[in-house]
Ligand binder design. Structure first.
Ligand code: 3NM
Length: 212
């Protein structure tokens, strides 16, 4: 249902992350054209869309992702994911319990953020399809982000969990992506690096770990 390769370049975005000349939908389409492999709608923070506006925006994102055959994942909002028939959801430790999420969305891709061995163990045993580990480096895109953890925890989870799909997040750029992948991540998840890029094809290549 989810291949680890699909995590390679994981674009996370909400409308407030796009402050440049392009609209959020233009940013998403450009990123899809550039070759992102999975997309997560994370509509959070001050000024985030809500209700009918959020639903409309989410449907537009979903439709773009479909055109490029890229999985469309919804952050946190299980009801929205259900309503839209999203390909998946991503939940944190504070969000709905994994068991409930699986009951509500038995066929969806389920990602869980983990920060400790215990959380990792619970996510894997509970049937998560992939885990997100972060923040690896300092980030300004998440208000309540924990301190940067570096690649140590990621490395040790890779060693303990064989080929279980892992995506790394937090402060990842074209410059440090190769280090993160070497440490064991199947892919890198980014907000700023793609939202703020002037050349998304090049950014995607760099995030893949390829030469610019
Ligand atoms: N989750 P950027 S860090 C959404 O640590 C998110 O779980 C994180 O944004 C975590 O690529 C983060 O701009 C923000 O650093 C990532």
């Amino acid at each position: 249902m989810l291949k680890a390769e699909q995590l390679a370049v994981y674009f996370v975005m909400g409308s407030i992350n796009c402050k440049g000349m392009q609209t959020p939908l233009q940013v998403l389409e450009d990123a899809l054209q550039a070759g992102i492999t999975i997309f997560q709608l994370r509509e959070k923070g001050k000024g985030a869309l809500q209700g009918a506006e959020l639903e409309q925006f989410a449907r537009q994102c979903q439709s773009l992702c479909r055109q490029y055959s890229v999985p469309f994942i919804v952050n946190d909002d299980i009801d929205l994911a259900l309503k839209l028939g999203a390909d998946g959801v991503h939940v944190g430790q504070e969000d709905e319990a994994l068991l409930e999420v699986k009951q509500k969305l038995p066929h969806a891709i389920i990602g869980v953020s983990v920060h400790t061995e215990q959380e990792m163990q619970q996510a894997v045993a509970g049937g998560a399809n992939y885990v997100g580990i972060g923040p690896i480096y300092a980030t300004s895109s998440k208000e309540d982000a924990r301190p940067a953890a570096g690649v140590g925890f990621l490395q040790s989870m890779r060693q303990q969990y064989g080929n279980f799909p892992i995506v790394a997040i937090g402060g990842i750029t074209g410059e440090n992506a190769a280090i993160v992948k070497q440490a064991g991540a199947d892919g890198v998840a980014v907000i700023s690096e793609l939202c703020q890029s002037n050349d998304r094809k090049r950014t995607v290549r760099l995030l893949c770990g390829a030469e610019g």
